[in-house]
Design a protein around this ligand. Sequence first.
Ligand code: GUN
Ligand code: ZN
Length: 443
Amino acid sequence: MTQTAYRAQLLTFREDPAHAADGAVYEADCLLIVEDGKVVTAGAYASVRDQLAADATIHTMRDKLIVPGFIDSHIHYPQTDMIASPAPGLLPWLNTYTFPTERGFENPQIARETASFFIDELLACGTTTALVYCTVHKQSADAFFTESETRDLRMVAGKVLMDRNCPEFLRDTAQSGYDDSAELIARWHGHGRQHYALTPRFAPTSTEAQLEACSTLAQQHQDVFIQTHVAENTDEIKWVESLFPRRHRSYLDIYDHYGLLRRRAVYGHCIHLDDTDRQRMAETGAVASHCPTSNLFLGSGLFDFEKAGASNMPVAMATDVGGGTSFSMLQTMGTAHKIARLTGHHLTATRMFWLATTGAARVLELDDKIGTLAAGSDADFVVLDPAATPLLARRTSRTESLEELLFAFALLGDDRAVFETYAAGKRVHARDTRKTAKLELAA
Ligand code: GUN
Ligand code: ZN
């Protein structure tokens, strides 16, 4: 295979910038060398140019900034077509829009077509890996994985488990949910770049028998992911209290009881946790997925970065489309910053870029593969354009530090700031020729 190299500015991380002042590594003149879908090396042009093969193709874009591909730690692909649906809070929103929309994914054609559009949208926003909820139908997961694999993306997804408190047409059973999940794990987990996530929707829509079955699967498959929702909304929490007769200490404690707190278990929202909950998250390595645009849109509450940090609870960031109002991790960062401000915390852009890239890869135990651009890792990266819009161009021409540059991207950026996206070394999105997500794959 021949090498392809990219000469640009580069941002990577050696450590969480919240803990290490030199955690972020910025290279003004960098060469990223890619071969066979993997990173050969990324470093200062002057120091790595001699690793370049004689026949390498070099793309020079010195005014652009390369960052590792964004990682969205919580998103629902079947909710693509109902994004921005008005409702007075989570539970009415689920009943009015979400459940009727998810019904359609019984149809494999609808599932495949939506998965394709959804992935185009992720790539246009620079997101190369996401933790994705499908619907209760196993064919919705097959459609998603097939689409992801066709484009050679690293994705994590799972069929939703829900056997009560939802419309009859969306129910599985403890047994069928177990069987379908086991079948999907066998078919997809570790197949190419695909990973499976056990996906109980949330405690209210699973019987104890279903949570037990999920627990068994989790024990049988120690390296699969687990994803669910917790402590998002105060009405939801009251409902959970009334549903679980065996008095649990807290909402999170229900999942703990079933052995679902562990590494690679990702909990959407985590707004209304208490200190004991946070401590359990930290002890078990379970990850809190912060979904800022969704939390504002549904009026769910304000995630507390100060308390999350004090507890050492692992944290990642997410859009939560369609509760979230944007596919863009840049927009998500901008909103996260504003939520943090409202709770008296200054969340830097440098930290948010960490949380959306290397930090997420680390807490998901994928950092040997993605999120770093280290030698040997997958060549999944984004090329950001500081002059994407007239306003961004004016602002970034005056920024005086890396933090100011990243802050401008986080507060003013969206899909327009994503010049190109690469996955496994292939260009999978080019902004200036939109709708070309299958560009090089077809070649
Ligand atoms: N809780 C249970 N299901 C959902 C969902 O689809 N979106 C959000 N935001 N919260 C949920
Ligand atoms: Zn969600």
